[in-house]
Design a protein around this ligand. Sequence first.
Ligand code: MRU
Length: 350
Amino acid sequence: MPVDGMRPPSTALLTPLRWEDGRLLLLDQLRLPAEARWLACDDELAVADAIRTMVVRGAPAIGCVAAFGVALAVRRRADAGGNSAELIAAGEAAITQLGATRPTAVNLFWALAEMRAVLPLGADAVTQRALAIWHDDIDRCQKIGRAGAELIPDGATILTHCNAGALATGGYGTALGVVRAAVAAGKRVRVLADETRPFLQGARLTAWELARDGIDVTILPDVAAGWLMRRGEVTCVVVGADRIARSGDVANKIGTYTLAVLAREHGVPFYVAAPRSTIDLATPDGAAIPIEERSGDEVLSFAGVRIAPAGVPARYPAFDVTPAALVTALITERGVSLPLPPDLSVLFDT
Ligand code: MRU
């Protein structure tokens, strides 16, 4: 269903955020799938904390939510009678705080730059911009879905990694938007969801949102992908992205690069679905993309229980970079780029 203007998205559409009476509500992704609980964020501190702790995650969703974090800060200052300079200062402070939460997803910095540009226009304009960023993202995901669905044959088995779905965007999803649009077009589609250790975005979130929509989904241990490709059981891989450099190199959830290498070895198409806001022309190539290192504790424990011997450390790079040469096609709201040009600024200079 199309999203237009400032009307909130239909309640039939799963979204990871809601804006109600000047409050930001986040669907707590730490609790899914056991419990669908909405968490209220009243200020930018709470929003920054929710991004850092992954109550909300996924590149486009982080950008949308950070925009509302800036709006909350500016509105509070306006309610306290602040003048224009004070509103701008409050917005700038929030931008600094929110920009320090997670380094890899460029959508965060894109959304904060969009918000900075409207700070001089006052609290209402700032709120309207945050709403527009959110609604636009849903609209872009639906366009990505329709473009990508053309690449999916009837009867396909689509392997995906992490969660690039409604929960990771304003709503609808990028990689899972392609799945949704293919299903909406009447194609029979089956999804293999990598469990995605250690946060289990695949097992917990992708499986939950696809099952909720009645889409055929099966969870796969991350290590099983190569074997199923070898047996001819995977039609294509579709993943999202956190940052795409000008060269076309793609940063996404750790394990994506491994999948791309496996896909190339087995002749399986490897598709990346992302909005224009994920393409960072200022970053020349994958080597320049900052990769978040999260605490090894997230690897050493499972559901709060330590699973490794005491005293042994763990390493947790949260993202990896897939070289452009391994990407079969890039799917954006502007269509399918196949093959990728060596410099994405040819296609995405605006
Ligand atoms: O650490 P996360 O869960 O924020 O990582 C998310 C991903 O890697 C997604 O694949 C990416 O953000 C694209 S979401 C449309």
